[in-house]
Ligand binder design. Structure first.
Ligand code: ACO
Ligand code: ZN
Length: 433
C-alpha cells in the first residue's frame, strides 16, 4: 500500500496489460474494498505469493446473486484467504442493463442516443433478471469477479469529479471511458461532454423530480416515488452503487421512496446526498440506503440526512432503524447521531422533586423515534449504564458531558421540523404502491 511500511496481504482479482506493462487489481485483505486498486508488479512481493487451497465446490444457485461460491477464476488468481460471503443488503436493487455483463458480445450503436440516451426511459429501465436467462447462469464466477472490481474510472457530475469506490452496473460499453458524464439534475449518463452539452440544451430540470417537502436556507429535500419516477430513481441508484458496497437482489424501484437532499444556488438545486426508504417495512426500517456524495462528506450532511429520516418517522408516529448491515462509515455516522440525540435528551432532564430525574428506554425511543434496540446499544456503547443499589442508573461523567457539548457546538447543520411539509401515506391501503 502506498505510503505504508507494512506489506498487507492482498488478493489479486485480475491482471491486465497496459502499454506492455502488467497491472494487477488487488484487494487488501481486511481493508475496505474502497482501497482496491490497480498496481504495478513492483508493488507486489512475489516471493510471498500464496496459491489458494482447493476448496470444496459449492453448487451454483440459479438466479440468486450474492452468494459467493468458490470459482475457477478465484482459485487461479486469488492469493490469501477467501472472504466470507457478505450479508446481503435486502433492498438495494440491482437492475442490470440488458447489454451489460450478460451479453458482452452484443454491441450498441455508438452515438450519444444509441448508447443509452434513449434507453434510459422507463420502458428500458424495467429490471431484468439476467442470471435467470442465457448462458451466464452457469458462469456466475465471471460475474462475481467483475462485480468485485471498480468499473468506472471517473464521473463528472455538475462541477464535481467523483472517483467511484465500488462496481456499479452501468452499461458495459461505458466502462472503458476515462470519464462518464452525468446530468446533475436528471442523473442521465452520457458518454462524452458533447453528448452532455447536447442533453443540457434539452433537459430543463434544475432540481430533482418529485415534491420539495423541506426547505430551510439553501437546503431542500425532494421526495421521489420510485414508481412514478422510475428513470430518475434507477439513475440515482446507479450513481449511489458507486459508493455502496452491498451485495444486492434484483429489486424494482417501485417499493421505494427516495429523499434527495440538495443545496441551492443560482444555477439550481444541486444533489448532495440521499436516502431511500421502503414504502412499507415489516422490519421497522426507516432507511434502506443512505449516501453523501464524496465531495460533501465529513461536513455534517450525513447526520443531517439521518436526522431527516427520523423526523419523517416522528411524523409517522413510528420508531425506525436503518437497514442492516451498515457499512463501516454508516455505523460511525449512526453511532454518532444516536449518541448525540440520546445525550441531548438525558442532559435536558430536570430533577424530579429534588430526586434524580427518571426516564425509561421506551420514553427515549418515543421522543427520538430511534428504535429501542438502537437506544440500548448506544447506551452500552457510551458505557453509561451502571447497576447501583438494585437498580439501573445512567451516569453522565464530566468527560461525556464536555465531549457532548463540544460536539454539539460543531454541529451547525440541523433539521428544523417547522420547515418540513410532509403527510405520510398509508401504503398498505393502496393496494399496489
Ligand atoms: N472516517 C472517520 N469518521 C468518519 C468518516 C471517515 N471517513 N466519515 C464520517 N465519519 C464520522 C464523522 O466523524 C461523524 O462523526 P462525528 O460528528 O461524531 O465526528 C460521522 O461519521 C458523520 O459524519 P457526517 O459528516 O455527518 O457524515 P457524511 O456526510 O460523511 O456521511 C455517510 C456519512 C453517509 C455514511 C457517508 O460516509 C457515505 O455516503 N458513505 C458511503 C455510503 C455508505 O457507506 N452509506 C451507509 C451504508 S449503510 C445503509 O445504507 C443503511
Ligand atoms: Zn438532464
Amino acid at each position: 500500500q502506498e505510503h505504508e511500511d507494512e506489506w498487507p496481504l492482498a488478493e489479486i482479482l485480475s491482471v491486465k496489460e497496459v502499454s506492455s506493462r502488467k497491472l494487477f487489481y488487488v484487494h487488501y485483505i481486511d481493508f475496505n474494498k474502497r482501497l482496491d486498486e490497480w498496481v504495478t508488479g513492483d508493488r507486489l512481493d512475489m516471493k510471498k505469493l500464496q496459491f489458494p487451497k482447493k476448496e470444496a465446490k459449492t453448487p451454483t444457485k440459479n438466479g440468486l446473486p450474492g452468494s459467493r461460491p468458490s470459482s475457477p477464476e478465484r482459485e487461479v488468481v486469488s492469493i490469501g484467504k477467501t472472504l466470507p460471503t457478505p450479508v446481503q443488503l435486502k433492498s438495494f436493487f440491482f437492475f442490470f442493463h440488458k447489454h451489460m455483463i450478460i451479453s458482452p458480445g452484443r454491441k450498441r450503436k455508438a452515438n450519444c442516443g444509441g448508447t443509452d440516451e434513449d434507453s434510459q426511459d422507463s420502458s428500458d429501465g424495467i429490471p431484468t433478471a439476467p442470471r435467470m436467462t442465457g448462458s451466464l447462469v452457469s458462469d456466475r464466477s465471471h460475474d462475481d469477479i467483475v462485480t468485485r472490481m471498480k468499473n468506472i474510472e471517473c464521473i463528472e457530475l455538475g462541477r464535481h469529479r467523483l472517483k467511484p469506490w465500488y462496481f456499479s452496473p452501468y452499461p458495459q460499453e461505458l466502462t472503458a471511458l476515462p470519464i462518464l458524464y452525468l446530468c446533475e439534475f436528471c442523473l442521465k449518463y452520457l458518454k462524452s461532454l458533447k453528448c452532455l452539452q447536447r442533453h443540457l440544451t434539452k433537459c430543463n430540470l434544475r432540481h430533482p423530480p418529485g415534491n420539495e417537502i423541506y426547505r430551510k436556507g439553501t437546503i431542500s429535500f425532494f421526495e421521489i416515488d420510485g414508481r412514478k419516477n422510475k428513470t430518475y430513481s434507477q439513475n440515482l441508484c446507479l450513481l449511489a452503487k458507486c459508493f455502496l458496497d452491498h451485495k444486492t437482489l434484483y429489486y424494482d424501484t417501485d417499493p421505494f421512496l427516495f429523499y434527495v437532499m440538495t443545496e441551492y444556488d443560482s444555477k439550481g438545486f444541486h444533489i448532495v446526498g440521499y436516502f431511500s426508504k421502503e414504502k412499507e417495512s415489516t422490519e421497522d426500517y426507516n432507511v434502506a440506503c443512505i449516501l453523501t456524495l464524496p465531495p460533501y462528506q465529513r461536513r455534517g450532511y450525513g447526520k443531517l440526512l439521518i436526522e431527516f429520516s427520523y423526523e419523517l418517522s416522528k411524523v409517522e408516529g413510528k420508531t425506525g432503524t436503518p437497514e442492516k448491515p451498515l457499512s463501516d462509515l454508516g455505523l460511525l455516522s449512526y453511532r454518532s447521531y444516536w449518541s448525540q440525540t440520546i445525550l441531548e435528551i438525558l442532559m435536558d432532564l430536570k430533577p424530579d422533586n429534588g430526586e434524580r430525574p427518571q426516564i425509561t428506554i421506551n420514553e427515549i425511543s418515543e421522543i427520538t423515534s430511534v428504535k429501542k434496540e438502537d437506544v440500548i446499544s448506544t447506551l452500552q456503547y457510551l458505557n453509561l449504564i451502571n447497576y447501583y443499589k438494585g437498580q439501573y442508573i445512567l451516569t453522565l461523567s464530566e468527560d461525556i458531558v464536555e465531549g457532548h457539548e463540544r460536539a454539539m457546538q460543531k454541529r451547525h447543520l440541523r433539521i428544523d421540523p417547522k420547515c418540513l411539509h410532509f403527510t405520510p401515506k398509508d401504503w398498505s391501503k393502496r393496494g399496489k404502491w
